[in-house]
Design a protein around this ligand. Structure first.
Ligand SMILES: [Fe+2]
Length: 247
């Protein structure tokens, strides 16, 4: 790590805050050979570095049934990748704002809300895209879990569809999740990126924001839900199920 003078470091911090970037944190003071006090710059703490990278699509978007390549690429490149970039910017701006000792807490709270929104968007979009690209045929551990908690695949699917369709024309997520606290599997309704049942681990995630289907289906959200179910990658859903903590 390079050594800079205190004067240089202060200039860097000032410039960083002015630009809304993470700037430099300063720790440790020592004397240089020339006798001038020096400080060692350190990176922002990991929580504030904003280093999230978007994950590429793991399937060929031209080959899904009933979901166009144009829609999938637009969703991935604009909405998901945009959320990753926004989360990075929010984390870096939080670091810069913490250097302003006079900043009112309620102003800081506005950005903490954004951190929650963007984190939810990134996590749920990554689950959504990763559980697409399959043949829609369920099986394995997740099917056992579904039968345990819903009686049959058909009964689970009926409730999952109704939950998703309840969000049609608006925003939100339909999520089959395992709740690590209650030990139960449920289809959860989520109005936005911040709605999550505490302790729930998402197994199958369906994006019900209009940007996920409007290009292909207009307002016909139920047709999009049907198309989504034809393309579920149940192997990925099974990996998530098998990774659940054993009780
Ligand atoms: Fe989305």
């Amino acid at each position: 790590m390079s050594i800079v003078t205190r004067r240089d470091a202060i200039k860097g911090i000032t410039a960083g805050i002015a630009a809304g970037s993470a700037g430099l944190a300063v720790s440790g003071t020592s004397s240089s050979a020339e006798g001038e006090a020096t400080v060692t710059p350190v990176q922002a703490a990991r929580a504030f570095r904003g280093e999230h990278q978007p994950k590429p699509l793991a399937f060929d978007p031209a080959k899904l049934k009933g979901l166009s390549e144009k829609l999938l690429r637009s969703h991935h490149e604009n909405n998901y990748t945009g959320a990753v970039k926004a989360l990075n910017a929010v984390e870096q701006r939080l670091d810069a704002m913490m250097k302003d000792k006079d900043l009112p807490a309620y102003v800081y709270g506005d950005l903490k809300r954004e951190e929650l929104i963007r984190t939810g968007s990134v996590v749920l979009h990554e689950h959504y895209f990763a559980n697409l690209g399959g043949d829609g045929k369920s099986g394995g551990a997740v099917l056992d879990l579904i039968k345990t908690w819903f009686g049959s695949y058909e009964q689970w699917e009926a409730e999952f569809k109704r939950t998703a369709n309840a969000l049609g024309g608006g925003s939100g997520w339909a999520i089959l999740a395992y709740n690590a606290h209650t030990g139960e599997a449920h289809n959860y309704w989520a109005w936005d990126h911040m709605h999550n049942a505490p302790m729930s681990r998402p197994l199958l995630v369906l994006d019900m924001y209009e940007h996920a289907y409007h290009m292909d289906y207009g307002a016909a959200a139920a047709k999009y839900v049907d198309a989504f179910l034809q393309n579920v990658n149940w192997e990925e859903v099974n990996r998530r199920t098998e990774a659940l903590p054993k009780s």
